[in-house]
Design a binder for this molecule. Structure first.
Ligand code: CP
Length: 297
C-alpha cells in the first residue's frame, strides 16, 4: 500500500511520472479514471486551496468525496484520532486525505496500513502535494530546464511546512535553494535548511535568483516580537515592483497571500507572478497523485 506522507516516499521515477501525468491531465483529464473510487477528507486545520483542490481533482476524475468536519465529529466527545481514522477506514474508502497540526499525524495513520493516506499538510514539516505542484509549475515555466536554477524562499521559513517539503524536493531535483529571512524566521534546530545559503536582506539575492517563493508572514506564531507590526515586516520582505524591477524572476507563493505584506498588489497583477497558475496546476498534480496511489501503486 502506497502513502504520500512526504516526497521522500516517492522514487525518482514516480516523481517523473507525476510530472508527466500532470502535464497530460492539464491537456485532457480522463473523466472516468477514478469512477467507483471514494475518498474521505479529514482536515483538522483550515484550508481553502488544498481541500478544494483535492476534491475538484477527485470529482473531475469521477470519484466521490466525503468530508468529515472534525469540529463536528465525535472527536468532540473524546474519540481519539486513531479511533476516528479506524472507524472511517471501516467504511472502506479508497484513500484518506488528512491535514493536521502535528508533524507526526500522517505517518501515524499511514502506519496503521488500512487505506492509502495523503498528507495535505502537517505541522511545520511536510506539505508534499504543495511541493510537487510548485515543482511542476517551475518545470512548466522553464520548459523542463530546472537543474541549476536558483530558488529563494523568502519569509517565515521556520514555521512553514511548504518551505520544509520544498527544500527537500527542490534540492533533490537539482535546484539550488537559498533562504531569505530575519534570524528568528530561519530554521535552526529543524532538519531542514542547515546547509543552505542564508541571507537576511532580500536585496542581497535579487540578482542571483531565478525564482522567488514568498511565504506568508506568520508573526502570530512567534513568541518574541520581531517587528512592530506587519508594515514593519513588509518594509523589508514584501515583494514589490520596486524590488523586482525588470528582473526575469518567476514569483510564487503557496497562499494565502497577505497582500502588501508578502507581495504587493501591483506584483500580484504582474505576469511574472504565477500564484493562480500554482493553484490551477495543483488540481492536475493532485489528479496525478490520486492516480498513483489509487490505481498505479
Ligand atoms: N497552500 C495551502 O496549503 O493553502 P490552504 O491552507 O488554503 O490549503
Amino acid at each position: 500500500m502506497q502513502h504520500l506522507v512526504d516526497t521522500n516516499d516517492l522514487t525518482d521515477l514516480q516523481i517523473q511520472n507525476l510530472l508527466d501525468d500532470t502535464r497530460t491531465f492539464k491537456n485532457n483529464p480522463p473523466a472516468q479514471l477514478l469512477k467507483d473510487k471514494l475518498l474521505i477528507t479529514l482536515f483538522f486545520e483550515a484550508s481553502t486551496r488544498t481541500r478544494s483542490s483535492f476534491e475538484v481533482a477527485a470529482k473531475r476524475l469521477g470519484a466521490s468525496v466525503v468530508h468529515l468536519d472534525p469540529s463536528r465529529s465525535s472527536e468532540k466527545k473524546g474519540e481519539s484520532l486513531e479511533d476516528t481514522f479506524a472507524n472511517l477506514c471501516a467504511m472502506e474508502p479508497d484513500g484518506v486525505i488528512v491535514r493536521h497540526s502535528k508533524n507526526s499525524t500522517p505517518k501515524l495513520l499511514a502506519d496503521m496500513q488500512t487505506t492509502p493516506v495523503m498528507n495535505a499538510g502537517a505541522g511545520n514539516y511536510a506539505h508534499p502535494t504543495q511541493a510537487l505542484l510548485d515543482l511542476f509549475t517551475m518545470v512548466e515555466h522553464f520548459q523542463g530546464n530546472i537543474k541549476g536554477k536558483t530558488v529563494a524562499i523568502v519569509g517565515d521559513i521556520v514555521s512553514s511546512r511548504v518551505a520544509s517539503s520544498g527544500i527537500r524536493l527542490f534540492t533533490r531535483m537539482g535546484l539550488n535553494v537559498v533562504l531569505v529571512a530575519p534570524e528568528q524566521f530561519m530554521p535552526k534546530n529543524l532538519p531542514i535548511g542547515q546547509d543552505l545559503p542564508q541571507y537576511k536582506r532580500l536585496e542581497d539575492v535579487m540578482d542571483k535568483v531565478d525564482v522567488i517563493m514568498s511565504l506568508r508572514a506568520q508573526l502570530e506564531r512567534h513568541e518574541k516580537e520581531l517587528f512592530e507590526d506587519y508594515a514593519d515586516y513588509a518594509n523589508q520582505y514584501c515583494i514589490t515592483k520596486e524590488r523586482m524591477g525588470d528582473k526575469n524572476i518567476l514569483l510564487l507563493h503557496p497562499g494565502p497571500v497577505m497582500r502588501n505584506i508578502d507581495i504587493s498588489d501591483q506584483m500580484l497583477e504582474d505576469p511574472r507572478c504565477k500564484v493562480l497558475t500554482q493553484v490551477k496546476n495543483g488540481v492536475f498534480m493532485r489528479m496525478a497523485i490520486l492516480k498513483l496511489l489509487l490505481l498505479d501503486a
